[in-house]
Design a protein around this ligand. Structure first.
Ligand code: SF4
Ligand SMILES: [Zn+2]
Length: 339
């Protein structure tokens, strides 16, 4: 770990600590469509209440509103045990389990090692695949080996790479690490025998629609050898973020769904057999990726189907009158002119 990382990890600017028992419940849980290989399955998704992302306290990313979720202290193991019980009570045997913390599952300050192990053990032999998300600096064999031992099934580690362009990542997204840290972490995950998954961000602030598409496609091409799967996440406007500040001043529009379609179509050409998916948040809404309103549901449906089937040809057949407006606006956007 280099000096700047360890320094940033030790800076802890936090809100006032939440009262005891504030973390007795999950933030949220739901089930969703997914696939394991060619098989369609249901996924059980959990959002754990933890202290939240340390980087959100240090600086935070320009599109991420998770700093609002922080507890101001670590969740106790007793609180986490309550959350695990709640998760077990709601679980109906879905083959895929995904766990998020609004931060890093492998950061001991968010989820202590024994609680991590207990959560994995709760799904062992029942779920076939278990995904968790973490920042790359926490991907260490000491943290992962006990989880491998606790879970009979496949572990998948998700990393929020966002972009392989260092300028975009550091200056526009405001991540605390360079892309290499994420690519190296993807390699470490695979070297330990786990699946690795990268999240790529479509349209960070300060990029035009076409630049955003190019950034995602370039990132897929340069990240593919480090990851088993890549998920394209279009920006949606979260409260209290740099992106929201720009949006409220009409200096940022969430990406068009046409940009997402183009990113997936072109990304499919360069993914080299890796799984490529997109499941947009707030799709079709004003603060999420959207088109004209008339075609949004059909375009989102086609994107989900392409993600589940890994067949991207149907995206070529999508069309709507708003596609022409999108092309016109994208042409004028670098000039700072509205169509
Ligand atoms: S995007 Fe990830 S790293 Fe950035 S502040 Fe949010 S949770 Fe932390
Ligand atoms: Zn349309």
């Amino acid at each position: 770990m280099d000096g700047s990382v360890s320094r940033s990890i030790t800076i802890d600017r936090r809100p006032s600590p939440a009262r005891p028992g504030s973390a007795n419940h999950l933030v949220n849980r739901w089930t969703e469509a997914e696939a394991i290989g060619a098989e369609r399955v249901r996924a059980f998704v959990l959002i754990l209440k933890t202290r939240g992302c340390y980087w959100a306290d240090v600086q935070g990313c320009s599109m991420c509103g998770y700093s609002r979720d922080t507890l101001g202290r670590s969740a106790s193991s007793a609180e986490l045990a309550q959350q695990i019980e709640e998760a077990k009570g709601a679980y109906r045997g879905e083959p895929y389990v995904k766990v998020y913390t609004s931060g890093s599952f492998l950061d001991d300050r968010e989820v202590d090692p024994e609680s991590r192990r207990a959560l994995l053990a709760a799904f062992s032999g029942r779920a076939r695949r278990f995904l968790f998300e973490t920042l790359p600096e926490f991907v260490r064999p000491e943290a992962i080996e006990p989880l491998k031992a606790a879970f009979e099934g496949e572990l998948e580690v998700a990393l929020g790479l966002e972009s392989t362009d260092p300028t975009i990542l550091r200056k526009f997204v405001h991540k605390g690490e360079n892309p290499e840290a994420y690519l190296d972490a993807g390699d470490r995950v695979r070297a330990i025998g786990l699946r690795s998954k990268a999240y790529l961000l479509l349209k960070p602030p300060y990029l035009t629609e076409k630049e955003a598409v190019r950034d995602v496609v370039r990132s897929i091409g340069s990240a593919r050898s480090h990851f088993d799967a890549m998920s394209v996440n279009p920006v949606h406007i979260q409260g209290g973020t740099v992106v929201e500040w720009l949006y409220q001043r009409r200096r940022y529009r969430p990406p068009w769904l046409w940009s997402l379609v183009d990113a997936m179509r072109q990304g499919a050409e360069v993914r080299d057999g890796r799984r490529l998916v997109t499941f947009p948040t707030a799709g079709g809404r004003p603060r999420g990726p959207h088109n004209c309103g008339t075609c949004d549901a059909a375009v989102l449906g086609a994107l989900e189907e392409a993600s589940l089937s890994q067949e991207f040809g149907s995206l070529d057949r999508l069309d709507c009158a708003c596609r022409t407006r999108y092309e016109r606006e994208a042409e004028l956007e670098p000039l700072g002119v509205e169509a």
